[in-house]
Design a protein around this ligand. Structure first.
Ligand code: KG4
Ligand code: ZN
Length: 343
């Protein structure tokens, strides 16, 4: 079975083609991506209307490209999967509209996919795929969650952020440090030249006793330090503050993940979402998990941030597990807010 997947929830247009063969993990045949980062950079963040318009321009050329790269034709596609939510409403509508139009034209069913389920399952496309059950740390621009995952569609929320997401903490702190958008990778780069212990920053909810997160206070603490440093702050101090900010975020993510592993008794951790690309987070998780006999799985670096492959994969795995039915009514809707545990 061939599944084409379309991602358009935020600032990346992604299309991919995967093939389901029996009960094996679906195989990625090809994927194509267009990032809008350059377009939004001038505004310091994502402009929703511009994002939607750009998705419209990109989605069909990218679909053509994945078909061409895989040597498959549109007529061979069996199911059209698309990101139904969560995300920007207008951006989601572009992908949903394109998917349903494609499905209707081909007479093939369509399937709306949860964006975070895509992230969560994306490590199955890596060279070191996980096995169920596992603890998942989902860290993206809009979400920070710890989940217990027993199988496709079997997700139990263990804890989540009560305010800002980890990616948001990276992005907002980066902005305070005068870095561009998206802030996470830029802050991480600057942090390489700084001392993570140079500034004392809070580790919110670190000892809360539960698995929830809070990052809004950290952003305020960074703001206070930026103000103290003043307008002619030197490059070294900016690097120290970037390193200290990253250290605070990473420590909280690390400790809570270890707590979730201990609480569930599971020996497998999956890290997914854009912040999962962070090198400091990866190395600290690797080291701590190695000492505890826990296996850690990540998506390939290229599939950490938003992409079409994870949407095609999640659609294919859901169909394979009998946990979703593709529809032929083409009456699409989108869910800008959508709880993964409810899927
Ligand atoms: O999963 P994603 O691509 O989009 C959402 O679904 O939100 O995640 C984007 C987030 C942004 O906040 C970005 O700054 C962050 O992931 N990010 C990083 C890194 N690469 C991306 N944060 C820290 N270090 C990185 N290397
Ligand atoms: Zn995402």
């Amino acid at each position: 079975m061939l599944v084409i997947g379309i991602e358009s929830s935020c600032d990346e247009t992604g299309v991919a083609l995967v093939q389901n063969v029996g009960s094996a993990v679906p195989r990625l045949l090809s994927h194509a991506l267009h990032s809008q980062i350059e377009m939004h950079q001038a505004y310091g963040g994502v402009v929703p209307e511009l994002a939607s318009r750009d998705h419209i321009r990109r989605v069909l050329p990218l679909a053509r490209q994945v078909l061409q790269d895989s040597g498959r034709s549109l007529a061979e596609v069996d199911v059209v999967a698309y990101t139904r939510g969560p995300g920007l409403a207008g951006a989601l509508l572009v992908g949903a509209g394109a998917a349903c139009a494609l499905g209707a034209a081909l007479g093939k069913p369509v399937l709306g996919v949860h964006h975070l389920e895509g992230h969560l399952l994306s490590p199955f496309l890596s060279t070191d795929p996980p096995e169920f059950p596992f603890v998942a740390l989902l860290v993206s621009g809009g979400h920070t969650q710890l989940m217990r995952v027993d199988g496709v569609g079997q997700y139990e929320l263990l804890g989540e952020t009560i305010d800002d997401a980890a990616g948001e903490a990276f992005d907002k702190s980066a902005k305070l440090l005068g870095l561009g958008y998206p802030g996470g990778p830029q802050l991480a780069r600057l942090a390489e030249f700084g001392d993570p212990a140079a500034f004392e920053l809070p580790r919110p909810l670190l000892h809360s006793g539960n698995l929830d997160f809070s990052f809004a206070g950290l952003k305020t603490a960074v703001w206070t330090q930026v103000r103290k440093l003043g307008s002619n702050v030197c490059e070294q101090d900016r690097a120290h503050l970037a390193a200290s900010t990253q250290a605070a975020i990473v420590e909280v993510l690390l400790k809570k993940s270890l707590k979730a592993l201990k609480q569930t008794g599971l020996k497998r951790l999956v890290v997914a979402g854009g912040v999962g690309a962070n090198r400091s987070l990866r190395s600290q998780l690797d080291e701590a998990c190695r000492r505890r006999g826990v296996r850690v799985h990540y998506p390939e670096l290229a599939l950490c941030t938003d992409n079409g492959a994870m949407i095609a994969l999640a659609g294919a795995m859901r169909l394979q597990a009998g946990r979703a039915q593709a529809r032929c009514d083409y009456a699409f809707d989108v869910k800008p807010r959508w709880d993964l545990a409810s899927v």
